[in-house]
Design a protein around this ligand. Structure first.
Ligand code: SAM
Length: 302
């Protein structure tokens, strides 16, 4: 039976929803900069909710999307926790090379919203590694260069920073284009009962370190095929709402006002779809058509 998210939330269970969803799964991110990680925000918020990490380290921050998702969850959940975001802020062949404006943007968001939560560590991963003690981290996010050798080196150098009960996230495990090799590293590391793989959003691998910290994670890692498929479908769909939101926010200002009204009124997905259809026939949609065409010519998100 194909139940909607709302029906499942109200379905049987100790608190009326399946173990892989919590209110955090439904949060919309506070910041939506350009990122190939956008659709993983809902799962990352859930993970923060169940894992309750005290120390998060991220290798590869770029415009800061994933870092801000972790930081926002710390704020909203009231956790006593911090995020160390490590990046050269110079870019690489996959993310593209970029100028100082990217770091300036990330720093401005951190200064305004997460000054006591996020520490920006500007430098190469190898330079930063000695600053972090072994077994001091609860959640490590590996999202630097995506070749097999690079990702393997990042894992080899940094996995000892994670303490038992912690989790390592790997982005891009589903990307098999030339130059991408995280999928191969993931095949080497993923173990039944200790890992979970999402296929959407270029793929996200979730790997347990040592003893599994909590029941929802134990259930996630030991989910049977049907349950795993439902988990993937739910998070792909929730990720889709983040994509839509990012797209709405990329619209020019006049269209954005109209969309704010759409969002205010739309409660259910089908209403949102109807509202989108209505807006598409509106004047502001026609006026902004050339901008959308230009948008399509831009390079894809990294
Ligand atoms: C894919 S982006 C990170 C995306 C980010 N997590 C997000 O949510 O959008 C990869 C980043 O890793 C950085 N990077 C890659 N290799 C690095 C290294 N060895 N040392 C420092 N930074 C590195 C690049 O500068 C780039 O900004």
């Amino acid at each position: 039976m194909d139940l909607s998210l709302d029906e499942r939330r109200a379905g049987p269970g100790s608190d009326g929803r399946p173990f892989w969803l919590s209110p955090a799964s439904y949060w919309l991110p506070a910041h939506l900069p350009v990122s190939a990680w956008l659709t993983h925000g809902p799962f990352a918020s859930w993970l923060m909710d169940v894992l309750r990490p005290r120390r998060i380290v991220e290798l590869g921050t770029h415009y800061g999307y994933s870092c801000f998702v972790f930081a926002e969850a710390i704020k909203r959940l009231g956790l006593d926790a911090s995020v160390d975001a490590v990046d050269s802020w110079e870019g690489d062949d996959h993310a593209g090379h970029y100028g100082p404006e990217v770091f300036d943007y990330v720093r401005s968001v951190v200064e305004s919203d997460y000054p006591a939560i996020v520490r920006l560590v500007r430098g190469w991963f190898s330079q930063a590694r000695p600053v972090f003690e072994d077994a001091s981290v609860n959640l490590l996010h590996i999202d630097g260069r995506h070749g097999y050798d690079d990702a393997s080196a990042d894992y080899t150098d940094w996995n000892s920073t994670v303490r038992a009960g912690g989790v390592i996230l790997f982005h891009d495990i589903a990307e098999r284009d030339s130059g991408f090799g995280v999928w191969r590293l993931w095949e080497e590391l993923a173990e039944p009962g200790r890992s979970f793989a999402f296929h959407h959003g270029h793929g996200l691998g979730v790997l347990a370190v040592g003893e599994i910290a909590c029941e929802p994670l134990r259930e996630l890692f030991s989910a049977d095929e049907d349950t795993a498929a439902r988990i993937r479908a739910d998070y792909e769909r929730l990720g889709g709402t983040v994509l839509r939101q990012a797209w709405l926010e990329s619209l020019p200002e006049d269209a954005e006002r109209a969309w704010a009204e759409v969002r205010r009124r739309a409660v259910h997905e089908d209403e949102l779809e109807a509202a989108i259809a209505a807006l598409r026939t509106s004047t502001s949609w026609r006026v902004t058509a050339p901008l959308r065409r230009v948008g399509k010519l831009r390079p894809p998100r990294p």
